[in-house]
Design a protein around this ligand. Structure first.
Ligand code: FES
Length: 509
C-alpha cells in the first residue's frame, strides 16, 4: 500500500477558491456604537445582528477575517458536544444542562433560518450526529449519556451499528443535526452587515482597552476606536483586565486531513468517545465529495512531533476510507474552560461595556452563534435565558477548582521544565525547513532554517509570562505550552494571549 503524501503546507479547504471581501487596515482614530475585535463566527454574527438593529458597528481583525479558528473548523452544527450531558447534569443539575442543550439547539435553528432567509448557498445539510466507541470501557459512558439525553428529551438512539465501515462496539445518535460550509455562510452575514452600518478593518491588531470618559479600543499603531460597547471575540481574549482568563482555560491543538474516497460516504457526522479522537464528516467541495478526518488533540506546545499527528490521521483515512491522496491538511486551536462551559458575557463583573466570548472547546459553530445572540441581547438590555449559564463571573467550585489547580500546576511544571532543559543541539546539522533550540551566549534560542537556508533566530522565552516555546513542525510555529500563545518562525504573534513578538536574535560575528 502506497502511503499518500501530505500537502507541504497546512491550508484549510474552506478558504480554497473563496472570494472573500478584503478591507483596509485602520489608519486613524474613529468612533462607533460598538467595536468588535475578531472576525470569526462570533464577531461576524454579532456584527450582523447589531448592524441589523441600526447600530454603527466597527469590526477589527488582526489578520484577514475568517482566518482564525472559524476558518479551521470541521463545521459541524450540533448540540452533540462530545460526551457532555451526563457530566453537566452531575455538576450543574438538570435545569442548567437543559439550558446548555437548548442554547446549542437555538444556535442550530438560527443558522438554518438565516440560511433560508438569505438563500445562502453553503451546502447546509441535516445530518445525524454519532458518538461511537470501539473501546469496551466506554460503553457504560455512552449508556449514561443516553440516560442524560432521555432526561433532556433529546431525540436519540443507542445502537451497535453505524453506517461507516469501522469497527465499533456502541454508538449514540443525536438525530437531526447539521453541517455546512462555514465561510460561505459567514460571507453572506458579513455582506448583509456591510449593507447596513458595519465597517471592517483587517490587519489591525487591538492591544488594549482604555477607559477615558468612553471605552476605547487601542490598536498597535496607537489608533483608537471610541465606542459604547466592546465585544472581545478574538478567540483568546486579547484583553484581560486582571480577569486571568489565561489561568481559567487551557489550549489544545487538533488536526484535520481531507481527501477524496472511492467509497460512498453514507452521510452523518461522527466522533469517537475514546482517544485518540477521530472526527469524521463529508463535505461537497467543488462538486465532489471530500471526507474530513480530524482528531489527535493535545495540549498546545506539548506532545510529539506535530507532523506525526497528521500522519496518524492520514493512516486512518487510508485504512478506513481508501483515501490515497490527502488534498488538504490543517490544524486548529481550541480553548477549554474550567467547567467546559464557554465564558460569554461581561468580561468583568462590574463593567457592562466590555463583553467577551471564549472557551468554546471544539464546538464553535453553535457556541459562537449563541454567544453572538447573547452579547447582542446584553448590549440592547434584553433578557437572554442563557446569560447566567455562560456568565464568565460564575464559579462552580467542584469542577472549577480542581481543574484550575490542574491547569496551573501544568503551567508551573512547563515554566520550570523549560528553564532547566539542557540543550546541546547545534545549528550546523539543521535541515532545510526545520528548527532546533540551542544556546547562544547562555540564552535559549530557537532557530528555523527556511527554504532558502536563511536562519531565523528568536529568543524562545514567551512574551506572555515567560515559559519556553517549543517548535511545531506541522505549522512552522513556536508554541507555548503554558497558555497556548503561538508565534511564526520570525517571532510574530499568531495567537495570544501574548501580544508582543518573540525577541529576534541577531548574530554578532
Ligand atoms: Fe502564557 Fe506563554 S502563553 S507564558
Amino acid at each position: 500500500m502506497v502511503k499518500p503524501q501530505l500537502p507541504q503546507f497546512p491550508e484549510p479547504m474552506w478558504r480554497e477558491n473563496m472570494t472573500l471581501p478584503s478591507f483596509p487596515a485602520l489608519n486613524e482614530s474613529i468612533k462607533a456604537d460598538i467595536g468588535i475585535v475578531g472576525g470569526g463566527i462570533t464577531g461576524i454574527t454579532a456584527a450582523y445582528l447589531l448592524a441589523k438593529q441600526n447600530f454603527n458597528v466597527v469590526l477589527l481583525d488582526a489578520g484577514p477575517v475568517l482566518n482564525g479558528t472559524t476558518g479551521h473548523t470541521t463545521a459541524k452544527i450540533t448540540a452533540q458536544h462530545g460526551l457532555i450531558y451526563d457530566e453537566l447534569i452531575n455538576h450543574f443539575g438538570l435545569e442548567k444542562a437543559s439550558l446548555y442543550y437548548k442554547a446549542a439547539e437555538e444556535a442550530k435553528q438560527f443558522i438554518e433560518q438565516t440560511v433560508n432567509e438569505h438563500r445562502i448557498n453553503c451546502n447546509f445539510s441535516k445530518e445525524d450526529a454519532y458518538i461511537y466507541t470501539n473501546d469496551g470501557s466506554y460503553i457504560s459512558d455512552l449508556e449514561k449519556e443516553k440516560e442524560a439525553y432521555d432526561q433532556l428529551k433529546i431525540d436519540n438512539q443507542l445502537t451497535d451499528k453505524i453506517p461507516l465501515d469501522i469497527p465499533i462496539k456502541s454508538a449514540l445518535i443525536m438525530h437531526n443535526q447539521a453541517q455546512f460550509h462555514p465561510l460561505e455562510y459567514l460571507k453572506v452575514l458579513l455582506n448583509e452587515g456591510l449593507k447596513k452600518q458595519l465597517t471592517v478593518y483587517e490587519n489591525t491588531i487591538a492591544t488594549d482597552i482604555e477607559y477615558v470618559k468612553h471605552t476605547n479600543i487601542i490598536t498597535r499603531e496607537g489608533h483608537r476606536v471610541t465606542c459604547r460597547y466592546v465585544i472581545v471575540a478574538s478567540h483568546f481574549p486579547f484583553y484581560d483586565r486582571q480577569s486571568f482568563y489565561f489561568a481559567r482555560m487551557y489550549p489544545e491543538r487538533s488536526y484535520l486531513v481531507a481527501g477524496k474516497s472511492p467509497l460512498n460516504f453514507p452521510g452523518g457526522m461522527y466522533i469517537n468517545a475514546e482517544t485518540p479522537t477521530r472526527s469524521i464528516r463529508s463535505a461537497k467541495f467543488e462538486g465532489e465529495d471530500i471526507i474530513l478526518i480530524g482528531g489527535e488533540h493535545h495540549k498546545t506546545g506539548q506532545g510529539k512531533s506535530t507532523m506525526a499527528h497528521y500522519e496518524a490521521l492520514q493512516k486512518f483515512a487510508q485504512d478506513h476510507f481508501k483515501i490515497d491522496k490527502i488534498d488538504y491538511r490543517w490544524s486548529a486551536q481550541d480553548l477549554t474552560t474550567l467547567d467546559k462551559v464557554p465564558y460569554i458575557g461581561r468580561m468583568t463583573k462590574g463593567d457592562k461595556t466590555v463583553l467577551t466570548a471564549t472557551g468554546f472547546r471544539k464546538w464553535g459553530m453553535t457556541s459562537g452563534t449563541i454567544a453572538a445572540k447573547i452579547l447582542a441581547d446584553n448590549i440592547q438590555d434584553q433578557e437572554n435565558p442563557y446569560s447566567d449559564l455562560f456568565s464568565p463571573a460564575r464559579f462552580e467550585a467542584d469542577p472549577g477548582l480542581k481543574k484550575f489547580m490542574e491547569i496551573n500546576a501544568d503551567v508551573a511544571k512547563h515554566l520550570i521544565k523549560g528553564k532547566l532543559e539542557f540543550t546541546k543541539n547545534t545549528v550546523s546539522e539543521l535541515a532545510t525547513d526545520d528548527a532546533t533550540v540551542t544556546r547562544m551566549d547562555g540564552k535559549r534560542v530557537g532557530v528555523y532554517k527556511d527554504e532558502e537556508d536563511t536562519l531565523h533566530m528568536v529568543d524562545t522565552t514567551c512574551t506572555h509570562m515567560g515559559c519556553e516555546v517549543t517548535w511545531n513542525s506541522g505549522d512552522r510555529t513556536w508554541d507555548c505550552p503554558c497558555h497556548g500563545s503561538r508565534f511564526d518562525y520570525t517571532g510574530e504573534v499568531v495567537e495570544g494571549p501574548a501580544k508582543k513578538p518573540l525577541t529576534k536574535i541577531v548574530e554578532n560575528n
